[in-house]
Design a protein around this ligand. Structure first.
Ligand SMILES: C[S@@+](CC[C@H](N)C(=O)[O-])C[C@H]1O[C@@H](n2cnc3c(N)ncnc32)[C@H](O)[C@@H]1O
Length: 292
């Protein structure tokens, strides 16, 4: 029998993955989102009242359901960057130190690259890569509206295919962020046309690309360096199963660094933030240290 497609197939697929939790998860996915406004220090903006904060985040920030759109201050740079709190975790997990060589393999529109740039404090190197020209334009726009040109000397935007990067470079970077393209089920649920087109083969196909990217990341990070693999997918095929496959295909070449955060829950190999319990996410991350 052919697997179900469209809205029914989608429901059945995630019900079989999340069981009784699926109903609450689905409701949370369709609920209005909260945002974190990460302060842009180059704007010299100050939050007026004492900001609400999510514990464990090292960037100065405020939390609300609705923020006004970011505005430039009289210093000429936008005051804050709006994101999901869970999207900050991969950058926290990378533990970037000023002076390190960092690559963000799938960087557009550039929120996490902006955070990486904040951590580097103008030192070392950040390569923000994305294969899509239109989306690379967004990275340039983020850099130019948030960061003074004089502070951008260590920032580069590139256009490589992340699955093939290791054909050209090996053992080069202290930290690699792989925030991979994924099923992004929240967006599928919000878009009836996308939902009508949904089929289980889609997450399987995306998982193949994600694994190729992670295998490439393992070659380009230095021995002793760290990779953070992350997605905003709910499908386990794109989350823990990718790490399981890395164990099967690259045994002995890496170890997992188990990190805990103030929100979310541990999974077999990583950490997942789900909106039914936290109001943030969905988001998954795993932290990998290259051994050889
Ligand atoms: C989840 S988004 C990244 C979000 C980004 N990290 C951020 O925080 O703003 C995934 C990105 O991967 C890019 N991408 C897809 N396939 C790629 C490939 N083979 N090589 C490089 N980038 C790719 C897409 O264009 C997309 O911008």
């Amino acid at each position: 029998m052919n697997p179900l497609k469209g809205p029914d197939g989608f429901n059945e697929f995630y019900l079989s993955m999340y069981g009784e939790r699926w109903a609450a998860l689905k409701e949370a996915l369709l609920a209005p989102k909260k945002h974190v406004a990460v302060l842009n220090p180059w704007s010299h903006f100050k939050f007026l009242e004492v900001p609400l904060t999510v514990s464990g985040l090292s960037f100065e920030h405020d939390v609300k359901e609705l923020f006004p759109r970011p505005e430039p201050t009289h210093h000429g740079y936008l005051n804050y960057y709006l994101m999901d709190a869970a999207s900050i975790l991969p950058v926290e997990a990378l533990d970037i130190q000023p002076g390190e060589k960092v690559v963000d393999l799938c960087a557009a529109p550039g929120g996490k690259s902006f955070l990486c740039a904040l951590k580097l404090k103008g030192q070392g190197l950040l390569i923000s890569n994305d294969r899509s020209a239109a989306r690379r334009a967004r990275i340039h726009q983020v850099f130019d509206t948030y960061i003074p040109k004089t502070e951008q000397k260590n920032l580069t935007v590139t256009s490589y295919d992340a699955t093939k990067w290791s054909l050209y470079q090996k053992n080069m970077y202290d930290k690699v962020l792989l925030d991979a393209p994924c099923s992004s089920e929240r967006h599928v649920l919000e878009d009836s046309k996308e939902l009508a087109l949904w089929a289980p083969g889609r997450t399987k196909a995306i998982a193949i690309t994600q694994f190729a990217m992670l295998a490439s990341a393992l070659d380009i990070v230095k021995v002793g360096g760290t990779i953070v693999y992350s997605t905003c997918a709910l499908s386990q095929l794109e989350n823990d199963d990718i790490i399981k496959k890395l164990y099967a295909k690259r045994a002995g070449r890496f170890e997992l660094l188990r990190k805990e955060f103030s929100f979310g829950e541990p999974t077999e190999f990583g950490w997942q933030v789900l909106p039914d319990t936290t109001g943030w996410g969905p988001f998954y991350l795993a932290v990998i240290k290259r051994l050889r």
